[in-house]
Design a protein around this ligand. Structure first.
Ligand code: GUN
Length: 293
């Protein structure tokens, strides 16, 4: 069994990007600038955005954190997005999700200039992804592809079962794994909350990508020998014995499933760190594209 070490690979990627940034600086060029918009004070979102900003600093990007109160109206947020769209210094930006209930997420994501949409959430970019056109691939699916590639995991002709149909992970992942090329060329089954007999499906899978958010959901008896297991779950489970008052748990019963798997991602230290690395990669891409605009 091989652990897909997202912590190590994400560090490799960040170092690769940092050396690109150094070259830009040496040539007197503008370095990539990522902005993140955070509405409200959801604990997990604050943590994620904080990590994104720190990662920018580490590799030499410029970063801007736009913090708006939880009472922000849709009109106010749309105005902020327009400012970022027009700001020539900003190469890419993200709107951290989820948004408060008074704001229509779809409307907001559609307001982002597709050329600055480094999350790849705009319908234009999502459509391009589905049509095999060059675009920003959402960071978490992009990170999973990168892990499969760097560990030389064979995906051609394999049966990939995706658990969860979210717009951020499950749905794009199902499209990407069925695309021509590598990683891809899989036969994909997308399962969700209305799927019947899910264990009957997962036991036939060569590759399982679980993005459900239910700790310990995927048990050893749901997995066949030598399966590749990708755990996208990151649920905060209350634990008073821990200084933070919680621990992070994945969707997979790692202790038992890892005994059967050929490759498996740990939580934490698997897919999570890859997401940030690929957001940075998309931002670098956005800068390069703007240079030639
Ligand atoms: N919320 C959970 N994951 C993500 C992500 O990848 N991007 C943004 N913007 N918000 C998220």
């Amino acid at each position: 069994m091989v652990i897909l070490d997202g912590k190590k690979i994400s560090n490799d990627i960040k170092n690769e990007i940092a050396s690109e940034v150094q070259k830009m600086k040496d040539n007197g060029e503008k370095v990539p600038h990522l902005a993140a918009v955070l509405v409200g004070d959801d604990g997990a979102s604050l943590t994620y955005v904080g990590s994104k900003v720190r990662a920018c600093e580490r590799i030499g990007f410029e970063s801007t954190l736009v913090k708006l109160p939880h009472t922000t109206s849709e009109v106010e947020l749309l105005q902020k997005i327009e400012d970022l769209n027009l700001d020539d210094d900003i190469d890419g930006f993200i709107i951290q999700l989820p948004l408060p209930p008074q704001i229509n997420t779809q409307k907001v994501l559609m307001a982002v200039d597709p050329s600055k949409d480094v999350d790849g959430f705009h319908p234009e970019n999502f459509g391009k992804m589905a049509l095999d056109m060059s675009t920003f691939i959402p960071a978490t699916p992009f990170g999973i592809l990168e892990l499969l590639e760097r560990y030389d995991v064979d995906t051609k002709g394999k049966h990939t079962v995706v658990i969860g149909r979210s717009h951020i992970v499950g749905r794009p992942m199902s499209i990407l794994m069925s695309r021509k090329g590598w990683p891809g060329n899989s036969t994909v089954t997308l399962t969700h909350s209305n799927t019947k007999n899910i264990a009957q499906i997962t036991t036939q899978a060569d590759i399982i990508i679980s993005a459900l958010g239910v700790p310990n959901f995927l048990k050893a008896e749901m997995v066949k020998d030598d399966a590749v297991i990708i755990d996208v779950g990151i649920t905060r489970v209350p634990d008073e014995s821990h200084p933070k008052g919680y621990v992070i748990r994945g969707d997979v019963d790692f202790e038992n499933v890892s005994k059967k798997a050929s490759f498996i991602t740990p939580v934490p230290g698997g897919v999570g760190p890859m997401t940030i690395a690929m957001l940075l990669k998309n931002t670098l891409l956005a800068r390069e594209q703007r240079k030639s605009m």
